[in-house]
Design a protein around this ligand. Structure first.
Ligand code: F6R
Length: 607
């Protein structure tokens, strides 16, 4: 996700900005740029690594003591020099850097276009520079307020104008923004690690706030203009912990990023009526209407996301869907006929087996759609359609936020196909759309129960074997919960459909055997409960993930990890979160290297 920097003080701004951007590299980016004010404003920006920007600055240095900088992770418009930030208005007197998505970008662009504005780039961000300059009447704060009043979406926006030297104005709506308070100098950044070597004193800009930054400090108010009192946050973390956002591990940080990841993945793609616009999904309605089969190819956690996909495609669209391990599919001679869509799911977009299965399917006439997190990855380049998950870079080997984003991506895809073939009526679209819009808050509330999950983890630390069960969508989630646990705790665990237990594995359940049950699906609730009773009858210990208003399960399970009630179709999204936390805490109690589990690699690019 994009990184933001700003500086006002006595030093030359360019090296400070460049250094800050390097420290934000871990967020991932495809281009970088800075703007420095020295009377007029000058911009240098370049596609690719920050070293390219560094070389530009060496060849053509920028003098000046106030500036803004940016690393871009492409959303609107391909990664290239022109689409890199900062963006200017046509006069060059106003520059912006922006992290996030302007959802009503097309409408605003048309409106400004009709007024005669020409745009240099394909980005949504450039619109903001035009809007600020259009509203400027001698007061940058007022102009920014008027500009953001027109913009819908999630963003952090930083603006500078040559008319008001030594002053930067920024606003935050969802995307993160902090102010670093130095001695006679002030910094702005997306994240604390970018400036932690300059200062340990920070002001965190909250959602819906505007900040005016000068060398003397910063003044925060709400976007509407009410004064805000903000205590200075003294950060005592070391550099390593700072990179993890203050969390002990990247995995935990990424688990906590999930509400924002859902928001980002949905932003600009889904309206309140459940209508969907997926920018790089190019097939037309006729193709969606004729589709008679969906193939899903993936490995590991992405395969588990595909299991959820199969359920939703079949339940919502009534299209036969096969989900295949990519390494099996590539050698399995799949019978691909008719009008089919192959959804290749891969966080990295580089997994060798997934690429091979995707190529095989495309070679046999299936239309290939990449569901991936990495812009410009091999899979995204080879596919006819791409649905980016916008989870941001995932550092922990055990995938969490990328998985959740894959689920969200598949709901969006189901809505897109479903509306086109009239399999999803207005009421269902609205229901799913609403479910996705409230999801970030629900995931947030599950995260609020971390202490309860940590307590449950204590009972699993010394287990020999752990079983995960569920039915339908719950089974798909159970598979992922089991994989998470084994990857980082090194405990043996196994997931199966709840109905399968009695066909063999029940022989292994004895006094104290832990069984984790995911039980959210109303249609099969009683059936899953029967499996719970089979476990209890053998003395097994049941940890249930269930809706928090489910009183029945309290009478059967030893421990209940509650999640907010949701539409059953969306239940799995929240249900996976306690399982991620459970795996994390068991691994932590066992003292393992959580972010880099033994024998595993983040991206498996060999067969
Ligand atoms: C598990 C995990 C792996 C990956 C798998 C596919 O936490 O991350 O199972 O899901 O190796 O990777 P991608 O999604 O990059 O194709």
């Amino acid at each position: 996700m994009c990184g933001i920097m700003g500086y006002v003080g006595p030093r030359e701004a360019a090296p400070v900005l460049l250094d800050g951007l390097r420290r934000l590299e871990y967020r991932g980016y495809d281009s970088a740029g800075i703007a420095v004010a020295n009377g007029a404003i000058s911009v240098r920006k370049a596609e690719g690594k920050i070293d390219r920007l560094g070389a530009l600055l060496e060849a053509a240095p920028l003098a000046g003591t106030a500036g803004i900088g940016h690393t871009r992770w492409a959303t609107h418009g391909e990664p290239n020099d022109v689409n890199a930030h900062p963006h200017s208005d046509p006069s060059g007197e106003f520059v912006v850097v922006h992290n996030g998505i302007i959802e009503n970008f097309s409408r605003l662009r048309d409106e400004l276009g009709a007024e005669g504005h020409d745009f240099a780039s394909d980005t949504d961000s450039e619109i903001l520079a035009h809007l600020v300059s259009r509203h400027y009447d001698g007061d940058l704060v007022a102009a920014v307020r008027l500009a953001v009043a027109r913009a819908e979406g999630a963003y952090a926006l930083v603006v500078m104008t040559s008319h008001e030297p030594g002053r930067i104005v920024a606003v935050r709506r969802i995307s993160p923004l902090v102010v670093g308070l130095g001695d006679g100098e002030t910094f702005l950044a997306s994240d604390i690690p970018a400036v932690l070597h300059h200062t340990r004193d920070f002001l965190v800009v909250e959602d819906g706030e505007l900040v005016v930054v000068t060398a003397d400090g910063a003044v925060i108010e709400t976007i509407e203009g009410e004064a805000v009192e903000r205590d200075v946050l003294r950060v005592e973390w070391d550099a390593e912990r700072a990179e993890k956002g203050g969390y002990d591990h990247f995995m935990l940080k990424e688990i906590y990023e999930q509400p924002a990841v859902v928001t980002e993945t949905v932003a600009g793609r889904l309206d309140a009526e459940g209508s969907v616009w997926l920018e790089d999904v190019r097939f037309d309605d006729a193709f969606a209407a004729e589709l008679d089969r969906i193939w899903v190819a993936a490995c590991g956690t992405a395969y588990h996301a595909g299991l959820v996909g199969r359920e939703i495609f079949q339940r919502i669209l009534r299209i036969p869907t096969s989900v295949e391990y990519a390494h099996e599919m590539r050698y399995g001679d799949p019978i691909i006929t008719g009008s089919s869509l192959t959804v290749a799911i891969s966080q990295s977009g580089e997994t060798a087996d997934t690429l091979a299965a995707a190529r095989l399917a495309a070679g046999r006439g299936s239309r290939l759609l990449a569901l991936t997190n990495v812009v410009g990855s091999t899979l995204s380049r080879e596919a006819a359609d791409v649905l980016y998950t916008r989870a941001g870079p995932e550092v922990s080997v055990a995938s969490t936020k990328a998985y959740l984003a894959m689920l969200v991506g598949q709901y969006l895809l189901a809505l897109r196909i479903g509306r086109a073939r009239h399999a999803v009526d207005a009421e269902l679209a609205k229901r799913i759309g609403h479910g996705l819009h409230v999801l970030p808050g629900q995931v947030e509330s599950v995260l609020g129960n971390e202490a309860q999950v940590a307590a449950a983890a204590e009972s699993l630390v010394d287990a020999d074997d752990i079983y995960f069960i569920g039915r339908g969508l719950d089974y798909a989630v159970a598979m992922e919960g089991s994989l998470k646990l084994k990857e980082i705790s090194y405990l043996h665990s196994e997931a199966m459909p709840a109905g399968e237990l009695k066909h063999g594995t029940l022989a292994l359940v004895t006094r104290g055997t832990p069984v984790v049950v995911v039980i959210t699906q109303g249609a099969v609730y009683d059936k899953t409960l029967s499996a719970v009773q089979e476990v209890k009858a053998r003395g097994g210990r049941v940890i249930a993930v269930a809706y928090e208003d489910d009183d029945e399960i309290l009478r059967h399970a030893d421990t209940v990890l509650g999640i907010p009630r949701a539409d059953d179709l969306l239940g799995p999204v929240c249900a996976v979160v306690p399982l991620q936390l459970l795996a994390y805490h068991v691994a932590k109690l066992r003292g393992h290297d959580i972010d880099q589990p033994r024998n595993l690699a983040k991206s498996v690019t060999v067969e």
